[in-house]
Design a protein around this ligand. Structure first.
Ligand SMILES: NC(=O)c1ccc[n+]([C@@H]2O[C@H](COP(=O)([O-])OP(=O)(O)OC[C@H]3O[C@@H](n4cnc5c(N)ncnc54)[C@H](OP(=O)(O)O)[C@@H]3O)[C@@H](O)[C@H]2O)c1
Length: 284
């Protein structure tokens, strides 16, 4: 596809916001889908639409060659994504790139992984040109805990299990490559960083970058839940506990080379992430 017009959902989010410039750099015409005109993204066309509004989605998809489907972590996320895929198919979008998750499986005990697998199966059944990206745990998810990390504590129910965490900038760069080049139809790519790291090693990387002592504490799931209660909805918290149990079982430690294979650049290491985000983890 030469100079395709690409619709990016979740354009204000972690992956979406990095995907916009990555697509522009590859010569694509970019249409950012946003929920509010007050959140317009710079340097690209913006279209206001909500995944819950089929009429607005149909308008947003008009004249689009390819679409990137990133969903919020909402309880009805699978339903919203499947409807978006149906509308993209109806609008004759040539290519759909779906953001899923590492180890998505219909029989997974982790609800998010079951939901993603359901969407993947639905998209596969539509018969349109599609590619699935399955990133592992985002390094950027540490930013959600930046306040306590800056105070010297990284706490999670994960023990000494390693996870091949990935930087969302690499997820975006890979998505840009897949959206603008050939040979990815029907493929599923698992996206990871260059090595699997324990949370102890993550704490060490953050300590080194900030020059402050940051300790990892393995906390029981109940304590993790208590610390986050009231900050995120209960169903999402239960999903997060399932995610961490999956990490703690050592099920998310494989390293894949897809980021480098598809972008030609090495995947960022946790040390790179820590270096680039030092301000967020440094005590005032
Ligand atoms: N976090 C991880 O470690 C991880 C790892 C692998 C896969 N994933 C997957 O990545 C996806 C995104 O997760 P995230 O938490 O990182 O979120 P995110 O992409 O950073 O943010 C969510 C995005 O969705 C938009 N959005 C929210 N509700 C919407 C709606 N009803 N209609 C249209 N757009 C809407 C938000 O826009 P506003 O700015 O308007 O709110 C925002 O741009 C999920 O499917 C998750 O399973 C996450």
């Amino acid at each position: 596809m030469t100079n395709p017009t690409v619709l990016v959902t979740g354009a204000t989010g972690t992956v979406g916001s990095a995907l916009l410039p990555a697509l522009k750099a590859r010569g694509a015409t970019v249409r950012a889908m946003i929920r509010s005109p007050f959140k317009a993204m710079p340097g690209v066309e913006n279209v206001v639409a909500d995944l819950r509004d089929p009429e607005a989605l149909t308008a947003a998809l008009k004249g689009v060659d390819a679409a990137f489907l990133n969903s919020p972590s909402d309880e009805d996320a699978a339903e919203l994504q499947m409807r978006f895929a149906d509308l993209a198919h109806k609008a004759d979008v040539n290519r759909l790139v779906v953001l899923s998750q590492y180890e998505a499986r219909t029989d997974s005990p982790v609800r998010f992984l079951r939901w993603h697998a359901e969407v993947e199966a639905h998209v596969r059944g539509l018969g349109l040109d599609h590619t699935v990206l399955r990133p592992n745990l985002y390094m950027q998810s540490l930013l959600g805990f930046a306040g306590t990390i800056a105070q010297g504590l990284l706490a999670a129910p994960i023990g000494d299990a390693a996870v091949s965490v990935v930087d969302t900038r690499d997820v975006a760069a890979t998505a840009a490559a897949v959206l603008t080049s050939q040979g990815h139809t029907g493929r599923t790519y698992t996206l990871t960083g260059p090595r699997a790291v324990t949370h102890e090693q993550i704490a060490q990387a953050l300590s080194k970058a900030t020059g402050q002592a940051i300790d990892f504490e393995d906390v029981p799931p109940g304590q993790f839940v208590s610390a986050l209660t009231g900050m995120i909805p209960p169903w999402q918290l239960r999903g997060l506990v399932e995610d961490y149990a999956h990490y703690a079982r050592g099920e998310a430690a494989e390293v894949h080379t897809s980021v480098t294979d598809l972008t030609g650049a090495p995947a960022r290491d946790i040390a790179d992430f820590a270096h680039d985000h030092v301000g967020a983890f440094t005590r005032d």
